[in-house]
Design a protein around this ligand. Sequence first.
Ligand code: FE2
Length: 331
Amino acid sequence: LSSTEDLVELNFEVLSSMKIAKGDIFWKKKSGKLIPLCFIGDRIDHDYISKFQKMTNVLWMKVVGNSNLVDEGVTLLKKITEASDDEQRFKVRDEFFNYLKPHFWSEEGKGNLVDFVTIFQEVFYDLSDEQEHFLENKSLVIFKRSYLCAASTTALAMCLGYVDFDFLKDLYQVNFYMDVGIEKSQFTTSTMNVLEKERVFPGARNENLSDAEKEVVEQHAFQSISKLEGEATYNFNNKSIKRLIKFHHERLLGDGFPLGLNSDELSDLEKIIIMVFQNITYDELSFTENDGSMFLKNFIGDADQGECEARLEQQIKNVFDKESSITAVGA
Ligand SMILES: [Fe+2]
């Protein structure tokens, strides 16, 4: 790394309020050499980063995100906490998606995924240090992916008409607990590779794994739910939200696991979870400039999933097209 032209100074005070790295973060040694401390999209390990304060007053960041865009999105989305009735909440929702559209829906969109993730994190993220610590002991890689899954799930649920803030906050948080049934020591490379292969080719999990690994993969959705009892778990307002964990590897065509349910047996919210988890890779996420273009539209790209899914997809499209009026859940 030779050039510092595209790096900006980052002082420790600004850094301390940042949860997710908005770009790769470096320590510049006296020799000028840049040492990477943290990569874009990572949850920032503040204990680790603060150690560098002894050696320098300032760190450097290669900025990808657009902080004005994030601030605007956060301001719009936060209005949902002030809205006094559903009519206002839907107004906030529509205004927010109108703002997202040119960046994360339109073909000419130039949104950054790190911004998308950061907006939802700033509005909905509610895990305590203790809860984070518990999750980190599972797997950091999964933690990073969870930010993207959580933002996506929450966005799509809002499209379907879920606008209650407490419910959305629960829904956001539950995404971090999907895989807690897998211990870090069980998160072998082969397990991770198999989860990724299964994601792309349903049924592939049955190849290339030892019986023990197979058992871990097959049972982890159930294990994750039972792990939520008594440990450092988020205090969900809506206790039944935990059931969603059971479905995160099911598939709309019935070829998922562990239950192999088909779409007639799944609720819309369960389908949202499935759409998100089958679309986001288990491989290392490396956010780049403009990688959010059409991100939200791509969730509904799959044709040929039957009438029921066409209805679901239409509901999501309607929010972006703002043509039909959408009724509240349960209305
Ligand atoms: Fe999983």
